[in-house]
Design a protein around this ligand. Structure first.
Ligand code: PLP
Length: 372
């Protein structure tokens, strides 16, 4: 542990010594140091009130580390159940009017499409922006917005194609509007820099390149958006008011932590973030991009329809190709001890800190036999 060079040794991870793991976009392995983190959590938990206080101290430290990854401040960060509920927390804060609209690419993630689609019953128009081939063009999203647009949702890295989207221009365009820009960093956190400072809200799952477990992160960029009152509230998100049913919302993002944050998940994520910080996000993104580029080239050589952009600055940790029997492909590869991810008519191959050139070569060498 603590070594600075990539690729990282497989022995830093649990359960991948004898396999080629190219499925981090779906489920990465956990770190061996997570075993100690669990032990630490269990020992603190056994200590009653003082141990519980230590849980919260650790959560605070994790918020701080996440803020670094998101380019935001510690007070902007909350730990929640999952990314999907984070999207709904933002939507719950808006006083919807008939005729309002929301914008999302038709190629973007299911939770965003469903959460926005759910607003139709309030008379909100959902503007599903058509994709251009497999590519999301931020100009198309920009052009879909008008003075009735209240929310725009976009994944920093697209879950289907792996496209990394630089949101700088879009962010600038939306800055002075009343659009709440929700960035989903689920496939970005832990592998490329997250542009959380350029969105109003950022949500992320923790269980992909962040190397945590199934929990979520919510960020409220208070330097960009001042007013945010989620519809929900609970003991943890507010302090007592004058009467028993009065309360004051906590300042900052803690107002979306209605109850306990996931303490065990925080102990694990704490280790994951330290581990990733040992390398630094720039080094990680260069390595992942280099590996993905090699995968993309190999897929192309095999005549496959690659749906990931080829330019390095438009990729992150995933490379994907269209394929009509993805589950079959995944199963065949797994029989050889090679893990990839496949659904929705495409196969996704991921590269992360532990991915080696040899892993990629072996995968590409075996690939033709999984196609037929
Ligand atoms: C972009 C994106 N957002 C959210 C999720 C789901 O995360 P969660 O289960 O934390 O809601 C995924 C899962 O693949 C995803 O790709």
């Amino acid at each position: 542990m603590g070594q600075q060079y990539l690729p990282a040794p497989r022995s830093d991870f649990i359960g991948i010594e004898n396999i080629i793991h190219l499925a981090t976009g779906g489920e990465p392995p956990l770190l061996t140091c997570h075993r100690d983190a669990f032990e630490k959590f269990a020992l603190d938990k056994a200590e009653g009130m003082s141990g519980y206080a230590r849980h919260w101290e650790l959560v605070e430290g994790v918020r701080n580390k996440i803020a670094g990854f998101f380019n935001l401040s510690i007070g902007d960060i909350a730990l929640i159940g999952n990314a999907s509920e984070g999207i709904v927390k933002v939507l719950s804060s808006i006083n919807w009017q008939e005729g309002d609209n929301v914008v999302i690419s038709e190629l973007d993630y299911t939770s965003g499409r469903y959460a926005l689609g759910n607003l139709k019953r309030l008379g909100v128009e959902v503007r599903l922006v058509p994709k251009t081939g497999w590519y999301i063009d931020t100009d198309d999203l920009k052009n879909a917005c008008d003075d009735k647009t209240r929310v725009l949702y976009l994944s920093q890295v697209n879950a289907t194609t792996g496209q990394f989207i630089d949101i700088s221009n879009l962010s600038e365009h939306l800055k002075s509007s009343k659009v709440a820009f929700i960035l989903d960093a689920s496939h970005a956190l832990g592998v490329v820099p997250v542009q959380g400072h350029l969105a109003d809200f950022t949500v992320s799952s923790c269980y992909k390149f962040a190397l945590g477990i199934h929990e979520g992160i919510f960020a409220w960029n208070q330097s960009r958006t001042r007013d945010f009152i989620p519809f929900g509230v609970g003991w943890s998100s507010a302090t007592a008011g004058k009467k028993r049913d009065d309360f004051f919302l906590k300042p900052g993002a803690k107002r979306v932590e209605y109850g306990n944050a996931g303490h065990l998940g925080a102990y694990l994520l704490n280790e994951s973030l330290d581990y990733l910080n040992n390398f630094g996000i720039q080094k990680i993104s260069s390595h992942a991009r280099e590996m993905c580029k090699k995968i993309i080239d190999g897929l192309k050589t095999n005549g496959l329809e690659v749906i990931t952009p080829t330019a390095s600055h438009e990729i992150a940790g995933n490379a994907a190709f269209a394929f009509n029997k993805p589950e079959y492909f995944v199963k065949r590869a797994a029989e050889d001890g090679i893990l990839v991810w496949g659904d929705n008519n495409r196969v996704r191959i991921s590269a992360h800190v532990f991915t080696t050139e040899n892993d990629v070569d072996v995968f590409l060498g075996e690939l033709p036999k999984y196609l037929s």
